[in-house]
Design a binder for this molecule. Structure first.
Ligand code: GSH
Length: 213
């Protein structure tokens, strides 16, 4: 019987999308049960109320690296895990870079104030954005330097690391400043455009940024 992945999280959430991308890469069916991060409902699925939480094969997981590793190993012949020790280490290195460095700065100090705040009737905090832009540029340049060396973040092949970084870069490009910076970084831009053609990216594309929760 084909497995089905149920994710609890906001419909528009980078980490929820990362898990959906890896499910789509594995050919799994998946759904998102819209659930707000930090809500009482989310606490029923994730003790720290972060998004997403996942249910599959009568198992319950939270934390995106754990969810994605399980999906790929159990349902995709580990296709997105490099086999060599160095490649595996690089994959986890870049998953952490995406999760702990690039995501927080781009989300909190560019996408939220520039894109989400106006949707909620608030004026963007221009100083917050202006102060963050050099830091955002630095982070993106670190990714650019890596992609000038190799085709994908973990090495020669697409891996979980690319599945993590792609939605973070796409969300960054919801802000005009993000689009402009990525356009100046040829290796990152080429990687981003090529990955955007993958069916998994298209199948999981956010319906409408105005639904961001
Ligand atoms: N370490 C978690 C991070 C998940 C995360 O931060 N998700 C965001 C939504 S994209 C969230 O829950 N934000 C709410 C908050 O930070 O309180 C994972 O890998 O799944």
């Amino acid at each position: 019987m084909t497995s089905h992945l149920t994710l609890y999280g906001p419909t528009v959430s980078s980490f929820t999308r990362i898990c959906a991308i890896v499910a789509a890469e594995a050919g799994l069916t998946w759904e998102i049960i819209p659930t707000g991060s930090g809500s009482k409902e989310m606490a029923e699925h994730h003790p720290f109320m972060r998004s997403p939480a996942a249910y599959i094969d009568d198992l319950h997981f939270y934390e995106s690296p754990a969810i994605c590793s399980y999906l790929d190993r159990a349902h995709n012949q580990s296709a997105l895990h490099p086999t060599a020790p160095e490649g595996q280490a690089r994959m986890w290195q870049w998953i952490n870079v995406a999760s702990h460095y690039v995501f927080p700065i781009t989300e909190e100090r560019l996408v939220m104030p520039r894109v989400v705040a106006p949707l909620m009737g608030r004026t963007p905090d221009e100083k917050l954005i202006a102060d963050a832009l050099p830091v955002v540029r630095y982070h993106l340049n670190v990714v650019e330097a890596r992609l000038q060396e190799v085709a994908f973040l973990a090495g020669a092949a697409y891996s979980l690391a690319d599945s993590f970084m792609y939605p973070v870069i796409e969300a960054t490009c919801a802000a005009p400043e993000g689009v402009a910076m990525v356009a100046e970084m040829p290796a990152l831009k080429a990687w981003f455009d090529a990955l955007g053609q993958r069916p998994a990216m298209q199948e999981t594309a956010w319906p409408d940024i105005t639904q961001m929760a």
